[in-house]
Design a binder for this molecule. Structure first.
Ligand code: ATP
Ligand code: MG
Length: 512
């Protein structure tokens, strides 16, 4: 009997212990959750109270899974920029802290896709398949992690590759009035990266959706979408989303750079970005400065463009080249945002409506354009040919302006003018028609050697085509060697010139 009682109490004891254990496992720790209340809803911003521990740039969740970012931390109140439309939100609704910062998906799965800054697909190909998310705002690489810019990024545009060469890891500003061909230059550069193992990220900020759709269609039609990622915040998007989009696009691009790849990023355009930021700042009552932009407007662009670089070999040697675009008004280079960007970047390509109207396309004003990396980022073969072309071309332009006064010219001046006009004709180029580097070299060699002197300016476009064709047909090995970065030997030079001469002779015969 006593045995049974002992057994029973033992079993009971075990059960109680197990129960206590289970209870301990189950017991829920109390977690405090900060829930605030929206006190004001504006166009693109909100203010909330009741979030005392919120941190700067923390993601805030609104009803219906809408997101915002804590921007202004005032005593007792938080200013929030909205990343989604505010139509369905009401003043007085609840907001929650998330304890994390805004991030965006990165990875190979993004190639060929059109997404917004949060990684939501904007094309019709379903969810984006990526495994990793990274913060949108990341620090730029330290100086010791960077390597000099030495490898060229060929744009396929003759006037740029010859006179304003761009290197991998460089930041080159494209600026000009509206409708002067800024986007066309960026697009040409993307098209020219086909089969060159360069990943391109096109970031559209504040443009009309129709313009972006046209550009995407152009990329698709020309088979460039496979190595492209398009990150879009259209003009209809909330200003908060427009503001963070270039940072998100850079995070997406950095993923590839950190894997040792070469990446090109285009920001089209940063004046819209600055305007979105100005709108947010004014709504949040930050003090306005020059042109009503807030005081940290320089910093928002500097910290964005500082992230473009050429990484040291220790870090994989990848590169991020950026081509920020900025629209000027009435050619005013010294407006606030354009001058800021000119001083941040490593050079600028300046386009003018005057050249555009004269039909000198691309409408690059060579005198006001510069690449601060310069010839160091040119292929050796190209450097030998382009040499002092920039200087002589600027001299020609000056001389031409002077000659317009009807001054009587001596023979040598007239020759300089004649040659200059032919060089200018050769540097003209249609949009979406990039020229491979070896063919560019052959054309410049031919014009430098005076092979085009006997032709009228109208014939030059045709002559150029013939030279290109002959060179690719007859000298594939020389072209290959130029591409691989070898110097141009005397023999190669002669071979290129002979091929050009041969083609031009054929052209003259056909005419007769
Ligand atoms: P926006 O200010 O509207 O963004 P933009 O400066 O980006 O304009 P684009 O859209 O690139 O200019 O070009 C304007 C027009 O000029 C387009 O129709 C384009 O096809 C044409 N264009 C640009 N470059 C060339 C060129 N090299 N040859 C012929 N046409 C060109
Ligand atoms: Mg444009």
């Amino acid at each position: 009997m006593s045995n049974d009682a002992d057994e029973l109490s033992a079993v009971l004891g075990q059960t109680v212990t197990a129960f206590e254990q289970a209870l301990a496992d189950q017991s829920m720790a109390l977690q405090s959750q900060e829930i605030g209340t929206v006190t004001y809803l504006g166009n693109g911003i909100a203010r909330a109270i009741g979030l005392p521990n919120v941190q700067s740039e923390e993601l805030i969740r609104f009803p219906g899974d809408r997101l915002g970012v804590a921007f202004n931390l005032d005593p007792g109140e938080v200013g929030i920029i909205l990343l989604d439309g505010s139509d369905a939100l009401k003043s007085g609704c609840e907001v929650q802290r998330t304890g994390r910062v805004l991030d965006t998906p990165v990875g190979e799965g993004l190639l060929g896709r059109v997404v917004d800054a949060k990684g939501q697909p904007l094309d019709d190909r379903g969810l984006v398949a990526t495994l990793e998310r990274r913060p949108v705002e990341r620090p730029a690489p330290a100086i010791m992690d960077r390597a000099p810019v030495t490898i060229p990024l060929q744009t396929g545009i003759k006037v740029i590759d010859a006179l304003i060469p761009i290197g991998r890891g460089q930041r080159e500003l494209i600026l000009g009035d509206r409708q002067t061909g800024k986007t066309a230059i960026a697009l040409d550069t993307i098209l020219n990266q086909k089969d060159k193992d360069v990943i391109c990220v096109y970031c559209a900020i504040g443009q009309r959706s129709a313009a972006v759709a046209k550009l995407i269609a152009e990329l698709r039609d020309r088979g460039a979408m496979d190595y492209c990622i398009v990150v879009v915040a259209s003009g209809e998007s909330p200003p908060g989303l427009q503001y963070i989009t270039p940072y998100a696009a850079t995070t997406i691009a950095e993923y590839f750079m950190e894997q040792g790849r070469d990446v090109l990023i285009i920001y089209d355009d940063l004046i819209q970005h600055a305007r979105a930021y100005r709108e947010l700042s004014l709504l949040l009552r930050r003090p306005p400065g020059r042109e009503a932009f807030p005081g940290d407007i320089f910093y928002i662009h500097a910290r964005l463009l500082e992230r473009s670089t050429h990484l040291s070999p220790k870090l994989g040697g990848g590169s991020l080249t950026s081509l920020p675009i900025v629209e000027t008004e009435a050619g005013n280079l010294s407006a606030y945002i354009p001058t800021n960007l000119v001083s941040i970047t490593d050079g600028q390509i300046y386009l003018t409506p005057e050249l555009f109207q004269k039909g000198i396309l691309p409408a690059v004003d060579v005198g006001k354009s510069v690449s601060r990396v310069g010839g160091k980022a040119q292929l050796p073969a190209y450097r030998a040919v382009a040499g002092d072309l920039r200087l002589s071309y600027s001299q020609f332009e000056e001389l031409e302006a002077f000659a317009r006064f009807g001054a009587r010219l001596d023979e040598s001046t007239r020759q300089t003018l004649d040659r200059g006009r032919r060089v200018r004709e050769v540097l003209k180029q249609d949009a979406y028609n990039p020229v491979p580097v070896a063919e560019q070299i052959a054309i410049l060699l031919a014009v430098n050697q005076g092979l085009f002197d006997a032709l009228s300016t109208e014939q030059i476009a045709e002559a150029e085509q013939i030279v290109r064709q002959k060179v690719t047909e007859l000298l594939p090995d020389v072209c290959q060697r130029i591409r691989s970065g070898e110097k141009l030997s005397e023999g190669d030079r002669k071979a290129l010139l002979d091929a050009a001469e041969l083609g031009l002779e054929g052209m003259r015969k056909d005419e007769r």
